[in-house]
Design a binder for this molecule. Structure first.
Ligand SMILES: *Cc1c(COP(=O)(O)O)cnc(C)c1O
Length: 356
């Protein structure tokens, strides 16, 4: 009765080990919906990697709010990716976690404020990249370094760089950013990076041998072997309809004879409308209409696959179920059968995650 993520456990664990093996200093990112697996499961899995002898001594969470869910299940250090600010959950950090948490500091005033409140705080300084999300410029990094030299407080754990997803090589940008780190007098140190290819990481390690490079990886770690993952919904009901039969919340009529299928998975799971199929120009719509194409009557492609093809929603997804229209032709699945679903793992809440 559920939207289910089924994981081929052997294959998944083998992939996780292979990534850890190939990535010294790996920092598994456990944030958001836990990449579909759930935060707690990822935290335990990171601990498992560490137990296998990999140097996974730190995981990263996205927000301070996520800390309690992982802190019980993983015993190492906890890097928070959202920069520290003098408000919100950052100020409600449980005392027993303060020694394990590594803050991200992206503004000089926050550095002063954090060290004033928690003189022993562990932190990384975030350097602004071409993402322009958070971080200090080269000049601000120098001011922060001067402040640290005088403050004799806190524990600088390195510099964080958040790079955009690759469009060509990142290395030119990384070299410029690391020059800023050297110019600020903060080198050698640990550099926490994202979104560098294994080749870029190798080049960086070779050219900056006295820096420790730590890649933060989520997607390519947890979701890197899609063949180990299968998402299915259950067929909950099947109704045969004739052309003109009325159905659904909006009293639509069936454009031709076929079957309405009710499958598990709706807006509450993150199931959404996909873009209309193909060309949506008037001419193209007229052509599909002439062929009897269902997209021309306003049906939109769903992520549910039946008989090898992505089928159309009969109407927009409901909260926990979706109605599909299946014209005559393909085999009609029976109530209780599983159908494949194509989802964005980082935006889907599964009812069940089954790891073999
Ligand atoms: C989410 C995130 C990552 C990991 O990104 P993936 O694409 O999932 O590997 C790394 N660094 C930061 C700052 C992030 O927010």
């Amino acid at each position: 009765m559920a939207l289910t993520l089924t994981v081929d456990g052997d294959r998944w664990r083998q992939h996780l080990r292979a990534v850890a093996e190939a990535t010294p200093g790996l920092v598994p990112v456990c944030k958001g919906n836990g990449y579909g697996f759930g935060l707690g499961r990822l935290a335990r899995r990171a601990g498992w990697l560490r137990d296998q002898g990999f140097d996974v001594d730190t995981i990263a969470v996205g927000t301070y709010e996520e800390l309690p869910e992982v802190a019980q299940r993983y015993s190492g250090d906890l890097l928070v990716l959202t920069p520290w600010r003098p408000f919100g959950a950052a100020l409600e950090l449980p005392a027993e976690l303060s020694g394990r948490v590594v803050h991200t500091v992206s503004r000089e005033q926050d550095l002063v404020d954090l060290l004033g409140r928690q003189p022993g705080a562990r932190f990384v300084l975030e350097h602004l990249t071409s993402m322009l999300r958070h971080g200090m410029t080269g000049r601000q990094l120098r001011t922060a370094a001067d402040h640290l030299a005088g403050a004799r407080a806190g524990r600088l754990e390195g510099i964080a760089l958040h790079l955009p997803l690759a469009q060509g090589s990142h290395l030119g940008e990384v070299h410029r950013l690391l020059n800023d780190v050297v110019a600020a007098g903060l080198a050698p140190t640990t550099i926490w990076v994202s979104h560098l290819t294994p080749e870029e990481l190798a080049t960086l390690r070779a050219s900056y041998a006295d820096f420790r490079i730590r890649p933060r990886i989520g997607t390519d770690l947890w979701l890197g072997d899609r063949g180990a993952l299968r998402v299915t919904a259950t067929v909950l009901d099947v109704h045969e309809v004739d052309r003109g039969d009325v159905f659904g919340y909006r009293g639509r009529t069936a454009p031709k004879a076929g079957h309405l299928l009710v499958v598990s998975g709706g807006t509450a799971h993150g199931i959404g409308l996909e873009s209309p199929t193909g060309d949506s120009s008037l001419k193209a719509r007229a052509a599909t209409l002439a062929r009897g194409g269902l997209d021309a009557v306003g049906f939109v492609r769903s992520p549910f696959t039946i008989d090898g093809k992505q089928r159309l929603f009969a109407e927009p997804p409901h909260m926990q179920a979706s109605m599909l229209f299946l014209p005559h032709g393909p085999r009609v699945p029976q109530v209780g059968e599983e159908v494949e679903v194509r989802v964005r793992y980082t935006a889907t809440g599964f009812d069940r995650v089954l790891v073999s």
